[in-house]
Write a protein that binds this ligand. Structure first.
Ligand SMILES: *Cc1c(COP(=O)(O)O)cnc(C)c1O
Length: 391
């Protein structure tokens, strides 16, 4: 069977299975060996070489989902991101970075890149001109993340890829928020795709992992430093990730359907000022999202009416958990100003449009009506009806 012709759910279920040659079992066996024979073998295997059987095979599934030639699995999303950046950026190089990227990635740049004499510039906004004007003589890479966290802004991947080709730059994207079900950046000319597999690929809020996929040539460059930095994932967790990914397609599609419905519900609710979801026609990048995403994903954020205390609202929810992280089968909400963006100054947050009343919503697979009823009862309980009328 040629992988190219397989459908999404067949890839999720079958591509990259570790063959059970011995007993022909239905699922992949776990090979926990950290020591392999080295004589008369094609590959010298070792966990930190990213080539144990489970690692090698599962990376084929993630590569197939992203239409990439090859991939590698890491111990965390940040291990994949840091290894990839250090594989392509050397002392004296420069990288153009989208503003609003994941906090951990931002910290990596701001806390360590000066020590390595790697220069970086954050864009002012997410239009192509914002990226173009920052490209300088020593720029090597453009790094993006779309949809962005927490305002779900969209970057034009095709425009970024064509700018990069013109200037001979490498492009990398953190595709965590969309997942490979919703968005395949390589189809738009992006070179390297990164995932925090802790999120949608894992999907059950019980494993920490990362992945990167690209051309074989770029993966060789990444492997060269990865084996020295040592961010490999234990084979037991690789196996758990494979188990999780069998349902990736059906999970994310269900989450997305829920998200669409919930975005419409929130959009017309009197206690909600604005909903940031690329699937809404009112979203400023709706047309762009339509062009480059398959659906609009299952992440959104919304702003509560000023009269509502956001923490009180979160505490009044009964089904939806106020909790960190995202993309699990369970719905979760958080207040970015108190969590993911707590380290920014109030002024920085205000400039980025991240007020205290902003709530990020990771929509799960639950029954839609139960989610709506939960939000409904929480809003009813915390809403100051008089002030709504007066405003
Ligand atoms: C969580 C996350 C990461 C980091 O992943 P870890 O697995 O926690 O290291 C990177 N990018 C995005 C967009 C994330 O949400």
């Amino acid at each position: 069977m040629k992988k190219k012709n397989l459908g999404l759910n067949t890839i999720c279920t079958h591509v990259g299975e570790t063959p059970d040659e011995q007993f022909k079992g239905a699922i992949s066996p776990i090979y926990l060996s950290s020591s392999y024979e080295y004589m008369d073998v094609d590959v010298k295997r070792y966990p930190r070489y990213f080539n144990t059987p489970n690692q090698e095979y599962l990376s084929k599934k993630i590569a197939a989902l992203e239409n990439a030639e090859a991939g590698m699995i890491f111990g965390s999303g940040m291990a994949a991101i840091s290894t990839t950046l250090l594989a392509f950026l050397k002392s004296g190089d420069h990288v153009v970075v989208q503003k609003d990227i994941y906090g951990g990635t931002r910290n990596l740049l701001e806390e360590h890149f000066n020590n390595y004499r790697i220069e970086y510039s954050f864009t002012d906004d997410l239009n192509i001109e914002d990226f173009e004007k920052l490209v300088q003589h020593n720029t090597k890479m453009i790094y993006i993340e779309t949809p962005s966290n927490p305002l779900l802004k969209i970057v034009d991947m095709e425009a970024i890829a064509s700018l990069a080709k013109e200037r001979g730059l490498i492009t990398a994207i953190d595709n965590t928020f969309a997942s490979p079900v919703i968005q395949n950046p390589i189809d738009f000319g992006i070179d390297i795709v990164l995932h925090s597999a802790t999120k949608y690929l894992g999907g059950h809020s019980d494993i920490c992992a990362g992945a990167v996929v690209s051309s074989q040539e770029h993966m060789d460059t990444i492997w060269n430093i990865a084996k020295n930095l040592g961010g490999s994932l234990s084979d037991f967790t690789v196996w758990m990730l494979e188990r999780s990914m069998k349902t990736l397609g059906i999970r994310v599609k269900r989450q997305q359907r829920n998200a669409r419905r919930l975005s419409e519900y929130l959009d017309v609710h009197e206690a909600i000022k604005v909903v940031h979801y690329p699937g809404l026609r009112s979203h400023p990048n709706h047309e762009l999202a339509k062009k480059q995403m398959k659906g609009y994903g299952a992440m959104m954020s919304f702003e509560l009416h000023d009269s509502i205390n956001p923490q009180e609202f979160l505490n009044t929810l009964q089904l939806i958990k106020p909790s960190m992280s995202l993309a699990g089968v369970e719905s979760t909400m958080l207040q970015p100003s108190e969590t993911s963006h707590a380290l920014l100054s109030e002024q920085d947050r205000a400039e980025q449009g991240i007020g205290d009343n902003l709530i990020r919503f990771s929509v799960g697979i639950e029954s839609r009506n139960d989610l709506i009823m939960d939000i409904d009862q929480a809003l009813a309980a915390v809403m100051n009806t008089e002030s709504l009328v007066n405003n």
